[in-house]
Design a protein around this ligand. Structure first.
Ligand code: UN1
Length: 508
């Protein structure tokens, strides 16, 4: 790990405020990043003060004046080079993600791969960013629309995808001509510094103005500065519904734009016509992958009566084979939770579930002893519940899987939709009618609905996000780029007259 810290110059930086290649003498209290893997302190960072924040915003605003005038394909070329730099840093950055956040090494690499993929996507996009043309009702007139950059994009990201979520936002925002200021989770500041260093080198080599990539490391208040700041037309926030409600309200109060990607309470329906063996992998990875700390993690399985017992037995058997331990050791399936506070929330959820009547088929608990010294390793648990329990309605960011029975598909869909969140959903079935009903307007109410794959692990090419308390925003692929731009409708009169629309006569 020392080599990786050196490679990204992390200890030397010790600052949580940057305008790109320059690091400010951040004046806030020191934040020590500890690894949930072994409980050891990795490095410390000085947090940004309000003054540091203002300086970063100032630099970003200046940089925008120049950056927006770069042709989009040239901005895309810079992003292409960021993708190349990420390719060569994949091993080191993936490992740092795994160590600072606690996800498995494979998932750490997978996260960097998502960054590389979004760079490729953004490069192609930089030659598109297209608007429509319309036919004018007036002779000698032409109408069309075009998309312009917005200005500063504020990015608030969560600990669970400490680097990929930033890249989904920043790479698109940059090719669109925006400048970005990133407020990463205070739980994962070091991976953010590493990304800032990778980008800074590429930007400097291409003469990108200082200020196009700003970084502010701080506690929750730093996110509130962005949410309240009228200098930031768009705030894209990924994290808990609680955070999203406060950011959304603050941005809304000043009529700014918020792009929210918040909690999920994702379910998989296991139909009587499912391929049960294949479904098992999707369900187990969805529930225990990243130790249940993805917003797309599978939290509920809604299982048909006729296969309930056999699928339950398969699950319990599979959970018995899970190896929990140091995520950097590739033989382990499940790593730690992010910190002890997360462990307390996991334990409280188990207690609450039991108090509401939940029956645990696989008991949870905190692991102790050699290899578990950080106190953050927990056992993935499975409970039989009712969908209406208040704990089942709530997103607990931990590996607790709830089982619910159903007897007909309409009931299963109602159960799947019967939670406040609406991010990801899936059905396992080989029956075309069932699959199509699930995907229809009477089916899943989520932003993501899958057939015969699980709820997590979405590809970057699709728009990512969900409905209801998930916040309604879409990041990443498809036409999510439109959220980072302002649309302008243009009408051009190339005739010698000035006719008014709607046939209005106005003669002088
Ligand atoms: C998140 O947990 O905030 O679909 C993002 C997935 C990943 C992204 C998750 N591609 O599971």
């Amino acid at each position: 790990m020392q080599n990786i810290l050196k490679q990204f110059n992390i200890e030397a930086v010790n600052s949580g405020a940057s305008t790109g290649s320059q690091w400010l003498a951040a004046g806030g209290p020191e934040l020590v990043s500890s690894s949930p893997v072994d409980g050891k302190a990795i490095a410390a960072v000085r947090t940004a003060t309000r003054g540091d924040y203002d300086a970063v915003v100032q630099k970003a605003a200046e940089a925008f004046q120049a950056w927006r005038q770069w042709p989009a394909p040239r901005r895309g070329e810079v992003v292409r080079q960021v993708g190349e730099a990420l390719r060569s840093s994949k091993e080191a950055l993936g490992r740092l993600v795994s160590y600072e956040m606690g996800k498995s090494l494979q998932e750490g690499y997978g996260e960097v791969q998502e960054m590389i993929d979004i760079c490729d996507f953004a490069v192609g996009l930089s030659r598109q960013l297209h608007g429509l043309t319309m036919h004018s009702e007036r002779p000698g007139h032409r109408m069309y629309e075009q998309w312009h950059p917005l200005g500063i994009t504020g990015i608030i990201s969560a600990f669970n995808f400490p680097v990929a979520v930033w890249s989904w936002n920043s790479m698109l925002a940059w090719v669109c001509g925006n400048v970005c200021i990133w407020k990463p989770s205070e739980k994962t500041p070091l991976t953010a510094i590493a990304c800032q260093q990778i980008t800074a080198k590429v930007f400097a080599a291409n003469g990108v103005p200082e200020g196009v990539s700003g970084l502010i490391i701080g506690e929750r208040e730093a996110g509130a500065w962005m949410a309240e700041d009228p200098c930031i037309p768009l705030v894209s926030a990924t994290g808990s519904t609680r955070m999203g409600k406060s950011v959304g309200a603050a941005v809304g109060a000043r009529l700014g734009r918020a792009l929210l990607e918040l909690g999920g309470n994702n379910a998989i329906i296991i139909s009587k016509e499912a391929d049960l063996d294949m479904s098992l992998i999707g369900c187990v990875f969805g529930a225990v992958g990243t130790a249940g700390q993805r917003c797309t993690s599978t939290r509920r399985l809604i299982i048909h009566d006729s296969v309930y017992d056999s699928f339950k037995d398969k699950l319990v058997k599979a959970y018995g084979q899970l190896r929990i331990g140091n995520p950097l050791d590739e033989q382990h399936h499940v790593g730690p939770l992010i910190d002890k506070q997360a462990v307390d929330m996991y334990l409280a959820a188990i207690e609450k579930c039991k108090a509401e009547g939940g029956r645990f088929l696989v008991e949870g608990g905190v692991l102790e002893g050699q290899g578990y010294e950080s106190g953050c390793y927990v056992k993935p648990a499975i409970a039989e519940v009712e969908n209406g329990y208040s704990i089942v309605q709530h997103e607990t960011f931990a590996p607790i899987l709830y089982l619910i029975r159903y007897s007909d598909l309409d009931e299963a869909i109602a159960l799947q939709n019967g939670v406040p969140q609406g991010l990801s959903s899936a059905i396992m079935t080989l029956n075309l009618r069932e699959a199509e009903l699930f995907l229809s307007q009477s089916g899943s109410d989520c932003g993501i609905a899958n057939v015969n794959i699980g709820t997590s692990g979405a590809e970057i090419g699709g728009a990512f996000g969900g409905e209801k308390e998930t916040g309604g925003g879409r990041e990443s692929g498809s036409d999510a780029w439109k959220a980072y731009m302002r649309r302008q409708t243009n009408t051009i009169n190339y005739s010698t007259k000035l006719p008014l629309a709607q046939g209005i006569k106005f003669d002088l």
